[in-house]
Design a protein around this ligand. Structure first.
Ligand SMILES: [Zn+2]
Length: 398
């Protein structure tokens, strides 16, 4: 048994506790804030909190860091990214930047990823790390001829990776403008009982595409030879479109939602779906500012992600929380912290093991150094914590 005392303990499942003790035994939390009988390691002026959850990344794109400049048009940003990726000439995404990105995310306090992949290139770096992940095998195809076969091949590919207790596979659809309705439905059928991720309501151009079938996304599909002339625009918003196809449910992670209306958010809330916000990426790609106040007001579950290093400077979730705070100054700090921990863990299917400090959960404990007069500890944690102030606590008896 190890017992840690800290100036503040943030269970996330309850209010912060001053001068409290967390007890762990063989990697599992035994008690939080309880009596401290026995020897206690006093950590001093730090806050103990659960490891953070980055609910949306693409680790395999880490080699694109700094190579896709910020844009005012998301389709233009995507064109640059697609061009660079095609420049690999079919070669795998380089692994070394993935290893570095995972290590940097760990050093800044992340214990769980929701990682979207086309190549499974991040599987082994994740397996060899201390992190857990819901790994989403992402499918694309707007003019795909045999959607059931595409899903079957993807699911068969799950058998090719070395299994790991900390990693779980499920399917993702890229976006409504890049996946045909038939393939969206096939993905839904092929992914029962698992989380499902999709980029949704990200850019204004996506809304134009769904309502009228025109605009920059259509031009990009045509340029790529992927346009389907038989496709009839649904003439509705992205959430209603997905709902018609049977994909709005409590396992859905709707990533970005910059364009969501209040009605769409209410529909997601009724379905107990999750909105994953990545505000720094939204600014970089030109998608705009996400309506974070409205996300929280809607009652939908809100999680936080960084997106990939092709649209953000780092995978530090503390930096992402600082941007959430900047855009939504009236949202209680406790709710933003919950989004970056428990809500993300629940959305990714790891809620029983991670995301909060509760007896029986895995002891993924962060200690964050506090300044002498930090005032409101929750607010301080949203101010942009640097990795140099973050320490992982030993969870096994020595
Ligand atoms: Zn993404």
């Amino acid at each position: 048994m190890i017992r840690y005392r800290a100036a503040w303990v943030l269970p996330v499942a309850g209010r912060p506790i001053a001068s409290a003790v967390v007890s762990v035994d063989r990697g599992v939390i035994v008690s939080v804030g309880g009596p401290s009988g026995g020897a206690v390691e006093d950590l001093g002026h730090v806050a103990i909190l659960p490891g953070l959850v980055n609910a949306h990344t693409h680790l395999e794109l880490s080699w694109l860091r700094g190579r896709v400049p910020p844009s005012t048009s998301m389709p233009a940003w995507a064109r640059t990214l697609i061009g660079l990726r095609r420049g690999l000439g079919g070669a795998a995404d380089p692994v070394e930047p993935i290893v570095d990105a995972v290590a940097a995310a760990r050093a800044s306090g992340t214990c769980l990823f929701g990682d979207v992949t086309n190549s499974l290139a991040a599987w082994d770096p994740l397996r060899e790390s201390d992190l857990s992940a819901a790994v989403f095998a992402e499918l694309l195809g707007f003019s795909a001829k045999e959607p059931e076969t595409i899903v079957k091949v993807a699911l068969e590919g799950f058998a090719d990776v070395t299994p790991a207790e900390s990693l779980r596979l499920s399917l993702a659809a890229h976006a409504p403008y890049s996946v045909s309705p038939a393939l969206l439905q096939a993905i839904g059928r092929g992914n029962p009982d698992r989380p499902l991720s999709i980029h949704l309501g990200e850019s204004a151009q996506e809304i134009e595409f769904l309502r009228q079938g025109t605009g920059e996304w259509r031009a990009l599909l045509e340029a790529l030879g992927a346009w389907n002339p038989d496709w009839i625009p649904p003439a509705c918003g992205p959430v209603e479109y997905l709902d018609r196809l049977g994909l709005v449910h409590d396992r859905l992670l709707a990533v970005h939602g910059v364009q969501f209306t209040d009605d769409e958010l209410a529909r997601l809330a009724r379905a107990r779906a999750t909105v994953v916000t990545c505000p720094r990426s939204n600014r970089w790609t030109g998608a705009g500012e996400p309506p974070i106040d409205r996300f929280y007001a809607s009652g939908a579950r809100v999680a936080v992600g960084t997106d990939s290093l092709a649209s953000v400077d780092d995978l530090n979730l503390f930096a992402e929380m600082a941007e959430v705070r900047r855009l939504a100054p009236r949202v209680p700090a406790s709710r933003i912290l919950e989004s970056a921990t428990l809500a993300g863990a629940q959305a990714l299917g790891f809620g029983s093991a991670l995301g909060s400090l509760e007896p029986g959960k895995r002891a993924e404990l962060l200690a964050v150094r506090l300044p002498a007069n930090c005032g409101d500890v929750e607010e301080y944690l949203l101010s942009g914590i640097e990795p140099s102030d973050v320490t992982w606590l030993e969870a096994d008896s020595r």
